[in-house]
Design a protein around this ligand. Structure first.
Ligand SMILES: [Ca+2]
Length: 244
């Protein structure tokens, strides 16, 4: 019996450590950092107090019988199809940067289109050279609000991140709600939690074609395995309490 208890406790602790290390695998280093936008946001849908790095995402706003995301002031709107450049200053140089994300809206009934392309560049100084990191073609998912993620195959080091967003040719508007740079362990070797703590949004990958390799199904397998071990450990402990 004592052996069984010890085994149950071991499994529980093992699973707990696994789950904790998964959630601590990546850290959002862009949170509340400053940036410049060129061109600036539209006056009707302005960027107040660095909304694109505040960790918050837009949610639907009720309007009569309909719900529209674009009416949430969390969105920053850009009119027309002019290229948008965001230059993010992380404040200091960070290493082990693995994931680069842009939250965007696709609400075509009101003229808001998903970006045609999103490209990322890294630099050490604001005025210096920027090296091309990768490019995404955001997918037209069923969900209106989505996050395009670039996972790179080598951890990067940089202080400045330049994000160039190319609107669709016929887009009247482009709406963005968050730009994130994540630091930590290679997400290809550690499973992400099922949903982000900050976003409250599904992490179903919205990405289409990308020049950087994507992570494989092994992440999901690892996560399911950890959940299974956690369940077994919990049941073992419960059994111990009930019958021990
Ligand atoms: Ca935001």
């Amino acid at each position: 019996m004592a052996m069984k208890r010890a085994f149950g406790s071991f499994l529980f602790l093992f699973a707990l450590v696994g789950v904790l290390s998964v959630s601590a695998a990546q850290n959002v280093v862009s949170l509340h950092k400053g940036y410049t936008l060129s061109p600036g946001a539209s006056q009707g849908y302005p960027d107040e107090e660095y909304e694109l790095t505040n960790g918050k995402y837009g949610t639907p706003v009720e309007n009569g019988n309909a719900e529209y995301y674009y009416q949430d002031p969390e969105y920053v709107g850009f009119r027309g199809n002019e290229e948008i450049t965001l230059l993010l200053d992380l404040g200091e140089s960070y290493s082990s940067l693995w994931t680069f994300e842009v939250g965007y809206l696709r609400e075509e009934e009101v003229g808001i289109h998903a970006p045609a392309r999103i490209a990322f560049y890294l630099g050490d100084t604001e005025e210096g050279d920027f090296a091309f990191l990768g490019e995404l073609t955001p997918a037209k998912t069923a969900e209106k609000a989505a996050v395009a993620s670039l996972n790179v195959s080598q951890g990067q080091t940089a202080r400045f991140v330049k994000v160039v967003i190319t609107p669709e040719e016929n887009a009247a508007w482009t709406f963005l709600d968050e730009i994130s740079v994540l630091q930590g362990q290679n997400p290809a070797t550690v499973s992400p939690p099922p949903s982000g703590e900050d976003s409250g949004r599904s992490s179903v990958p919205p990405y289409g074609d990308t020049s950087a390799p994507q992570t494989g199904d092994s992440n999901l397998l690892l996560f399911v395995l950890l959940c299974g071990i956690s369940a077994i450990g919990t049941f073992a402990l419960l059994g111990r309490r009930r019958f021990g």
